[in-house]
Write a protein that binds this ligand. Structure first.
Ligand code: CTP
Length: 403
């Protein structure tokens, strides 16, 4: 592929050199366009040496070849890393005051931007609006990573790891090329564990790490899907390139899932949703006193999976719905029988059955599952990393969507 790598003027510009290496080592032909400010951090000689191509940020070089028009038209992919608040603003406003912004206006292929800036700049209303504008135009603006920033401060605003930007860029290119079993499809995945508030500082939660849900998101992205995460509490960050709606409780999660449903082709309920919540949420912190110890009364939460299945009834296009079930088996029935009964109760298209024993699956990196389909079929046991399992689940959903 012919790739244009735009580099904004932030300290993270040095990390773009690693990203450039990933592109060239994968066999791509990369033209680097640093902004004027970026060259204060990393000189053009570095970009020329690493890319093997001439580097300029001026529209006044090689005027006869009208560089911005040629580069914009010829690029199969444009990646901007780091995308500073300034570059995001100029791109959103449609300015063309240097070679990078001019090239962005001429882009024919997919554009991926990886922001890096201080947390306050990232969270500023102006930046938020610019990011929304760019996303609305189909540009992939990946979420910045959280962590230590240039100074002593930390928070969201770090440039994601070059390998993550590389992966997001390759996914964007695959999406545009139309490869992947879920190309053009929208996949919504609920991920992580809900938290049910007791008072302003306490909650009832669960041990879900969110790893399986994130692996599902990666697998769906790799198949060219547009992925939306309904993200409850998780220990791992979402992969670059998906939309994220953050939720706390089961009720929040239900609202977000049902709101996404009309535009969803595949829903995977991977979240650990609390079946119960405290009947009452205290406005003030519960204090220990000399009186009686508090008793917490719980009330049932709605079954989101079941509600999604019910909401599907009124819709026109196909929608595949999958759930997860962790079963142990007991004196009355084996795990598969329990899961079959659950599949019937929920009414979804398939259940991913996790047979749990004394070793819990929460937080582990590998897993073993069986896919039980509502049509009565049952897959062989699928063993492996959470990504291997995610690939199998996404492939099953894609197969049902095509049927
Ligand atoms: N789920 C849901 N809403 C809930 C609870 C669970 O949508 N309030 C979803 C989960 O995301 C998962 C599946 O339903 O896809 C799990 O089913 P569930 O009946 O909760 O299984 P268990 O927690 O194992 O429940 P049980 O005690 O009935 O076996």
């Amino acid at each position: 592929m012919r790739i244009v790598l735009g580099v904004g003027g932030g300290i993270a510009a040095y990390k773009a050199a690693s990203l450039l290496r990933l592109f060239t080592e994968a066999g791509h032909d990369v033209t680097v366009i640093p902004t004027e400010a970026a060259t204060r951090f990393v000189g053009t000689a570095t970009w020329e040496a690493l890319s093997g191509n001439p580097v300029t940020n001026s529209v006044w070089d090689a005027v006869d070849r009208v560089s911005h028009v040629r580069l914009g038209h010829e690029a199969d992919l444009i990646v901007v890393a780091p995308a500073t608040a300034d570059v995001l603003a100029r791109a959103a406003a449609g300015l063309a005051d240097d070679l990078l912004t001019g090239t962005l206006l001429m882009a024919h292929g997919p554009v991926v931007m990886a922001p890096a800036m201080h947390t306050e700049m990232w969270q500023h209303a102006a930046t938020r609006a610019n990011v929304e504008t760019l996303r609305g135009r189909g540009i992939t603006v990946v979420e910045p990573a959280s962590g230590r920033l240039t100074g002593a401060d930390s928070g969201p605003g770090r440039l994601p790891e070059p390998a993550d930007i590389f992966a997001a860029a390759m996914r964007a290119a695959a999406r545009r090329a139309g490869t992947g079993a879920l190309h053009g499809k929208r996949v919504t995945i609920s991920v992580g564990g809900t938290r049910e508030a007791l008072d302003p500082v306490r909650f009832l939660g669960n041990r879900s790490s969110g790893k399986q849900g994130m692996a599902l998101a990666e697998a769906a992205l790799a198949q060219g899907a547009h992925v939306s995460l309904v993200l409850a509490h998780a220990e791992v960050p979402p992969p670059a390139g998906c939309d994220v709606v953050r939720v706390e409780s089961a009720l929040d999660l239900r609202e977000a899932v049902l709101a996404a449903l009309p535009t969803t082709d595949v829903l995977v309920m991977a979240a650990a949703v609390a079946d119960y919540r405290p009947a009452e949420v205290m406005d003030a912190k519960i204090k220990k006193g000399d009186g009686e110890d508090p008793v917490i009364t719980l009330v049932r939460n709605p079954d989101v999976l079941r509600d999604a299945v019910l909401a599907r009834a009124g819709r026109t296009g196909p929608l595949v719905i999958a759930g997860f079930a962790a079963e142990t088996g007991d004196a009355t029935a084996d795990p598969v029988s329990h899961a079959r009964a659950k599949l019937a109760r929920k009414g979804c298209d398939f259940l991913v059955l996790n047979v749990v024993g004394s070793h819990l699956v929460f937080g582990q990196d590998t897993n073993e599952i069986t896919i039980l389909d509502a049509r009565g079929t049952e897959s062989a046991a699928i063993r492996g990393s959470k990504r291997t399992i995610a690939d199998a689940v996404i492939a099953h959903a894609a197969g049902l969507l095509q049927d």
